[in-house]
Ligand binder design. Structure first.
Ligand SMILES: Cc1cc2nc3c(=O)[nH]c(=O)nc-3n(C[C@H](O)[C@H](O)[C@H](O)COP(=O)(O)OP(=O)(O)OC[C@H]3O[C@@H](n4cnc5c(N)ncnc54)[C@H](O)[C@@H]3O)c2cc1C
Length: 237
């Protein structure tokens, strides 16, 4: 029998959250491309780069980035990374076709549609969904440049291929850090002075990159910044 917490959570969730179900799941190594469908998803306002929060257990919500949204049919996709340390990871790894899903309506995060030129995208495994959202939004305009710190380039290869990210954009971490990332990003910003810069992914990496760019007198143009996760926190919104 469900606990009182679970039953109270169920009642609250039914009132506050939208309902959908899993239309399809594509397994790509440590990633899942998850299609969600349902009438509650129709007619909602969504901008490329917006976030969605999913109910992953009781009242715990975890945040993901839709790669596209069809308000006519009521369907969307997310590209979720199973890093293996939290309820969001467990949830996305276990989802199967037809499973019910509850979510909050899309909310503002990184407004890709407000960028006036092709961006330099910098992030990590959690940013691949955003990279795909850009490509769906502007199929005519590739990112000016991209770099993603990743734990394993070989594990990321299938998803990078799906999104259209070149293997040279993946920078492997060594002991949790990608030592070359900051140098590479500084060079890219110097080489593309008019490109907007979009920083997402690990909070600590973003903080380090911003310091390096500031020290180099760079990064003062159009910049979008959003931490997707933090080594010392859970469930960033
Ligand atoms: C606006 C926004 C958009 C996002 N979009 C996406 C997306 O499209 N796809 C996607 O996969 N993720 C995305 N994320 C990141 C995702 O929400 C986090 O990775 C989240 O922490 C996952 O929840 P969890 O329950 O697995 O881990 P939590 O319970 O939140 O954290 C448990 C532990 O895992 C660590 N952790 C969290 N994320 C990672 C990671 N990526 N690698 C290693 N350790 C980690 C935490 O630091 C913590 O120590 C987004 C986050 C935000 C804020």
């Amino acid at each position: 029998m469900p606990s009182i917490t679970a039953r109270v959570s169920d009642v609250a969730a039914r009132r506050l959250l939208k309902a959908a179900s899993v239309g399809s799941v594509v397994e790509l190594g440590d990633f899942r491309l998850i299609e969600l469908v349902g009438p509650d998803l129709a007619g909602l306002e969504w901008h490329p780069g917006d976030k969605v929060r999913f109910r992953v257990e009781n009242l715990s919500l975890r945040t993901y980035t839709p790669t596209r949204w069809d308000p006519q049919t009521g369907s969307t996709h997310v590209l979720a990374y199973d890093h293996g340390h939290g309820p969001g990871s467990t949830w996305c790894a276990q989802l199967g076709i037809g499973d019910p899903v509850q979510l909050l309506a899309p909310g503002r995060s990184v407004r890709l549609d407000q960028l006036d030129a092709a961006p330099i995208l910098v992030g990590d495994e959690t940013s691949f969904g955003l990279a795909q959202a850009w490509r769906h939004h502007r199929p005519d305009l590739s990112p000016a440049a991209e770099r993603y710190e990743v734990t394993s380039s070989s594990q990321c290869a299938p998803v990078a291929d799906l999104v259209g990210i070149d293997a040279t954009a993946l920078v492997e971490r060594v002991d949790g850090e990608a030592p070359d990332l900051a140098d590479q990003v500084v060079d890219l910003v110097r080489a593309n002075p008019r490109s907007p810069l979009c920083l997402t992914g690990r909070a600590q990496t973003i903080a380090g990159l911003r310091r390096r760019l500031k020290d180099g007198g760079l990064g003062s143009g159009q910049t979008l910044v959003k931490a997707y996760w933090d080594v010392n926190r859970k469930g960033l919104d």
